[in-house]
Structures are given as C-alpha cells and as structure tokens.
Design a binder for this molecule. Sequence first.
Ligand code: GTP
Ligand code: MG
Length: 198
Amino acid sequence: MGRNNSRNIQAKLVLLGDMGTGKTSLVLRYIKGQFHDFQESTIGAAFFTQVVPLETMAVKFDIWDTAGQERYHSLAPMYYRGAAAAVVIYDITSTDSFARAKQWVEEVRRQGTPNLVMFIVGNKADLEAKRKVGTEDAEQYARENEMGFLEASAKTAQNVNELFYEIAKRVATANPRRNKGVELRARPEQRGMRFCCS
Ligand code: GTP
Ligand code: MG
C-alpha cells in the first residue's frame, strides 16, 4: 500500500484461480468493457492498473492477473505477496474449480499479507443451466472464512464493477491512515519477476 497524497492509496490486487475460470475476462470486462469468447490462456501473469474513485478518496489498483495453469503455480507467491487484496475466482459450472479456489484461499491465508481483503467470486453466472456450484455453498464458505463473495459474469458484466468497487472500499477501510507501511511493487524493468521494497 502506498499513498501518493492524503486522498489516494495504491494497492496491489491479485487474481487467482484455476485456468479457464475467467480471471482475464473479468479484468478486461472491468477495464476495457470488452469480452472475448475465445480469450487466450494467460502466460505467467498480466499486469493492469485501474483507479477506483470512492466518495472521498481514490484507490489505484495494481492488478496482477495470474495464469491458472498448474505449471505456473510456483510463480504465484510473487503476485500475492504484499497484496492488499486477493480475488479468488471459480467457475460456477465446475466443482473442480471451486475446490481449487478453496486451496488458493488456504495458501494465501498461510502465506499472504495479514489483513488482506479477500473475495471469492463465482464467475460465468450467465451459464445458469450448467451450474454445478450452489450459490449457498459458496456463500457459506465465504462467511465461515470471513471473506467477500459475489457471483459475476464477465460475459454479461453482472457484478463486475460492483466487485472492484467493493474491494476498493474494503481496502480503503482496512488501511485508514497508514502512512508508508511496506510497499511491495514490481521493478518496471523486471515486471512480474521480482519485488522490492521502496
Ligand atoms: P487462465 O489465463 O488460463 O488462467 O484462464 P482465465 O482464468 O484467465 O480465463 P479466461 O478469462 O481466459 O476465460 C476462459 C474462457 O472462459 C474464455 O473462453 C472466456 O470467453 C470464457 N469466459 C470467461 N468469463 C466468462 C463468463 O462470465 N461467461 C461465459 N459464458 N464465459 C466466460
Ligand atoms: Mg487468464
């Protein structure tokens, strides 16, 4: 978390979840208002920034969209380390992806930042006919694990703005007056490869 002036905070946000759950699609929907039926699988990770204006301040998110393919798993700590917020995505049509999401939650709880704002998000809510993960099951899991929960659709944009807005509000509340704290951010020349304290 950094603070460029009294009204803005900079926060690292990481998206985690099984491959194909729609992490990249959610970010592209949010930032560019786009959706692609054939979104390419992410290699390594992708980086985006977005400013979320709140009533009296703004949160600037540095968003790391990680690759869900298992061979990239070992890279994940670089992205969730120092993160102010983690969004764990599953696909409501896949029970495997929900099980994987729970593993991500446990890993981030073990190794991530204390006081991290965490959300679990059931994406592809437009595919109601193919649903395999019940809303109530996920809701209960989120409640027991003290994290936020939403169902969303990158395709229809359902709950996409709401998700990032809600996270920004919670990040702002969780970090009310922290001056400098520890700010972990990527060196531009080695983006995604190494983090360093500034
Ligand atoms: P990795 O980068 O491999 O980890 O995958 P990802 O989680 O980034 O998934 P991605 O955004 O690439 O989406 C995977 C596929 O699901 C793509 O073909 C998308 O078009 C599709 N998809 C993503 N979100 C939705 C959604 O909300 N509804 C529907 N119907 N399809 C979606
Ligand atoms: Mg992706």
